[in-house]
Design a protein around this ligand. Structure first.
Ligand code: TEU
Ligand code: CA
Length: 576
């Protein structure tokens, strides 16, 4: 039953193939590279890995643009390499998840090539084609005003067949038409069953709430008058038939007893989230809610300045996402701070002011994410406290199309105004997806041991690798890496409070220290985390009460009940 499903207590380690480990010195990570690091992964104490897309792709969006679901991107390896990885994981008792990207394909997928070949193609309506609109002076316009996630109109004109196709993401990522049952059947067979038959344990499901579009394709309200095209996620997320589609997809997953974690942006209401993950609905096992990672973003991601959040924002979002697991619902969710789409959590919520504060805030954030209920996700490099690329790096070091499109947009909008460009670069240095995508820092040899010295890696290696690397931290019992290993053991030893405990924010107006409770029947956790760079007074004795308690893990030696040092954090186990 889902009650004792393996995935509830699990910690899942996310791997970004391009940047994990290069085995053949072409500067790009690959499947044999991942294979060679399974000892390391297992030594962390995780239960499963999730591989970001390793499929055949022209890589406009790092493999989220898939040209063939049943083949592997050649620089990463072969289908046989994936099979070997599945076997090696299973031999070690690790589960393995693949990324399922089925809102769109690459424009080079055979399905789209056929679809665009003519209006009478048998696959024409596998994608979303609409005629042009014309304004009063006869100018051709797209069917509506939607902005694509990566900027510009969400519609692309096709000269050949004189119609527009929809792409919620890049031009090279045409949206599949889920209204067509034949398309859905092909997706299930090619993208899902092909790999399920090879024994994978489940999927991380990309953009899981975007498959059903309201067929009226009405305009989005104008929320940002600088923009010709308007953010429209509220219109295309959680569409009219989405639950019908996911229920249908759920039938396939059930056949293989596969787990799923769906990516659920733009869904702040707990009741709406529950409709995706309620156990009795048999749709998804769990979801990634975006409340926390979206804090401080404008209507477009890079309308942001560094540290434009308050602890009150953070605790409100934590409370909202934890509410799903308050013991009254049959739903399940996740706890995470990082993934391949997010800046590094220390740079965002912690401190890089000194090596000491870096380490302490890394451990404090680890205590936060690992003390929350749900399935825990850990992103490569997070376990060693990797940080954002330096602000000084040139814009040419950024490779993500989302970053580069934004920079070009500002260039065009302002006519290369230096102040605007400086602000844009600062925004990228703060929130770009590139920060998560630089090579993993393995050791202190040139290129951080990601690839050999003579090779130019596909993204620049962070300058801090001689100090900040996995090898050095593995030898140091006080390192961030050693802390994560200990923390995962502690979490595993007390699942009733860590994984399933009911979250209560017990000091909701505190703007400096995040104190919360995680309650089970006989025990509870009291977690106290200082989110500031200075000493903060607290009254822990009052929160801990008079029953026996002990500290399970902490990131600082002294243990005063009256104050927390900068970024100090503690997790107490209290008898009730
Ligand atoms: O992301 C979808 C998504 O909603 C966002 O996190 C998106 O990356 C962000 O808003 C852009 O600024 C998923 C994948 O995780 C992402 O890497 C892909 O680019 C995207 O889908 C398209 O497949
Ligand atoms: Ca390689």
């Amino acid at each position: 039953s889902p009650q004792d499903a393996w995935w509830k207590n699990a910690t899942i380690y996310q791997i970004y193939p391009a940047s994990f480990k290069d085995s053949n010195d072409d500067g790009i990570g690959d499947l044999p590279g991942i294979q060679s690091k399974l000892d390391y992964i297992q030594s962390l104490g995780v239960d499963a890995i999730w591989l970001c897309p390793m499929y055949d792709s022209p890589q406009y969006d790092m493999g989220y643009d898939i040209a063939n679901y049943e083949d592997v991107y050649a620089p990463y390896g072969t289908v046989a390499d994936v099979e070997a990885l599945i076997t090696s994981c299973h031999d070690r008792g690790l589960k393995i998840l693949l990324d399922l990207v089925i809102n769109h394909t690459s424009h080079l997928h055979a399905w789209f090539q056929e679809s665009r070949s003519s209006k009478s193609s048998s696959r024409r309506d596998w994608y979303i084609w609409r005629p042009a609109k014309y304004d009063a002076d006869g100018k051709r316009r797209p069917p509506n005003n939607w902005r694509s996630m990566f900027g510009g109109s969400a519609w692309e004109w096709d000269e050949e067949t004189q119609e527009y196709y929809l792409h919620l993401f890049a031009v090279q990522q045409p949206d599949l038409n889920w209204e067509n049952p034949a398309t859905r059947a092909a997706v299930y067979e090619s993208a899902m069953e092909f790999w399920l038959k090879k024994g994978i344990d489940g999927f991380r499901v990309d953009t899981v709430n975007m498959y059903s579009k309201d067929q009226s394709f009405r305009d989005a309200p104008v929320i940002d008058c600088r923009l010709e095209w308007q953010p429209a996620a509220s219109l295309y997320c959680n569409g009219p038939r989405i639950h019908e589609f996911l229920k249908e997809m759920g039938q396939i997953l059930l056949k293989y007893n596969a787990m799923t974690v769906g990516e659920l942006p733009h869904t702040p209401q707990v009741a709406d989230v529950l409709s995706y993950v309620s156990a009795q609905e048999k749709k998804l096992s769990m979801v990634f809610q975006f409340d926390i990672v979206d804090i401080g973003m404008g209507s477009i991601r890079f309308d942001t300045v560094p540290r434009n959040w308050t602890l009150l924002d953070l605790r409100m979002c934590v409370g909202r996402t934890q509410a799903l697991m308050d013991g009254t619902t049959d739903g399940w969710s996740t706890t995470f701070l990082e993934n391949h789409d997010q800046a590094r959590s220390i740079s965002r919520w912690g401190s890089e002011a000194s090596p000491q504060l870096w380490a302490r805030s890394a451990k404090m954030l680890a205590m936060l994410v690992a003390s929350l209920s749900g399935t825990l996700f850990l992103y490569q490099g997070q376990e060693i406290g990797m940080v954002n690329v330096p602000v000084e790096w040139d814009i040419s070091e950024y490779k993500d199309l989302d970053s580069l499109n934004y920079y070009k947009f500002v260039q065009k909008l302002t006519g290369d105004d230096p102040a605007a460009l400086a602000a844009a670069k600062l925004a990228l240095a703060h929130l770009a997806r590139d920060h998560a995508r630089i090579p993993m820092q393995w050791d202190n040899t040139p290129n951080a041991g990601f690839t050999s010295a003579a090779v130019k890696p596909w993204m620049r290696v962070h300058d801090n690798y001689p100090d900040l690397n996995a090898k050095r931290q593995a030898l140091d019992p006080t390192s961030v890496l050693s802390f994560w290993r200990e923390l995962l053991q502690v979490r595993r030893a007390h699942p009733e409070v860590f994984v399933r405990g009911v979250f209560t924010d017990i000091d909701p107006l505190n703007e400096s220290v995040f104190i919360f409770e995680k309650a089970a029947i006989n025990q509870k956790l009291i977690v106290a985390l200082n989110f500031t760079g200075s000493k903060q007074p607290i009254d822990l004795a009052a929160w801990l009460g008079s029953t026996p308690y002990k500290v399970l893990i902490k990131n600082h030696e002294e243990e005063s009940l009256d104050a927390l040092q900068a970024y100090e954090g503690r997790v107490y186990l209290v008898n009730k």
